[in-house]
Design a protein around this ligand. Sequence first.
Ligand code: OGA
Ligand code: NI
Length: 355
Amino acid sequence: MSSERVTLQEQVENGHLDTVPDDYLVSEQDRMKFEDNSCDARQLPVIEMDGVDGERRGLVVQQIRSVCEEWGFFQVKNHGVPSSLMKRMQGEIREFFELPYEEKNKIRARTDGSTLPDEGYSDRVGLKEGSANWSDRLRLYTLPAPSRRYELWPKHPPSFRETLEEYCEEQDKLMSRISELISEGLGLRTSYLNDYFAGKYQQQMQVNYYPPCPQPDVTMGLRKHSDNNLLTLILQDSTAGLQVKKDGQWITVKPTEGWFVVNVGDQIEILSNGRYRSAEHRAFVSSKPRISIATFSMPSNETVVSPIVELLGGKERPKYRAISFSDFKESFYYAGWAKATTGKGHLDHLLVSQD
Ligand code: OGA
Ligand code: NI
């Protein structure tokens, strides 16, 4: 087998890699520094979802509002997604990544235009754009159901298809409950965001597999970025890796079994006219493998997103230009992503001059 067809995962497992290849090196400035891991005192806020449909609602709406304004990131517990389903999903995903490369390669992401970009399994994420992340990936479109390309879904383990179908429905329910709380936090009617995207919505699943790394301090699993979508739910395993930028410092999100990390995407930043911010985050790697399962909710490609008129109240000027989701991805996000060091620079293109 030529070395080109061997994944990072396999090279590491076979003991063939004791340094990080040049393609994966990140600039000095983007590396993990000692101080990035030394401020454990700060923790990402946690929101208790139990009782949110009863007397605790007012309190939770306030909490959501302040974490969306101040962090753009939070965790949720007692969120209603069955823990048995979360464990099943994590176990079956791990089984998939442990399959031989030939097996995973059967659902390899193609870039020949026959499928949505990057749908399926890929390794050396970002390498073709010139800057590889220390990660392999499985990306699938999950909702609406007719957009599914089952030929790109893992066949092993055999129960995976059913597990993912159940999981993505549960993620959708949770996203919808969080969208209601976000709407209320913005002073809008409960169903505002869900109505805005009714029939104009898609969901995508991205599993990030970060192989064990021989030199974690010279590379990154996922470079700093903000998510380009509406909301992201992240299910982490027990290995730490996710970091969120808060007041100029990187904060590590300690994994807690049974919780989800929730992340405000760029589209919510635009809709809320900048009240809620999409936060920069990244994933570092270590000597242990790590799997994170991210669910992205996003507008359908042709949906035009702009600051919500009701929020502007006739007085406030929109800070962002209206743009379709596909144009947003095309012109700004991927341009920024390809350079991989711009963080949130892509949103600046949308800013309307305020003078
Ligand atoms: C992502 C992401 C973080 C993680 O997939 O966009 O930020 O912890 N993942 O893997
Ligand atoms: Ni992200």
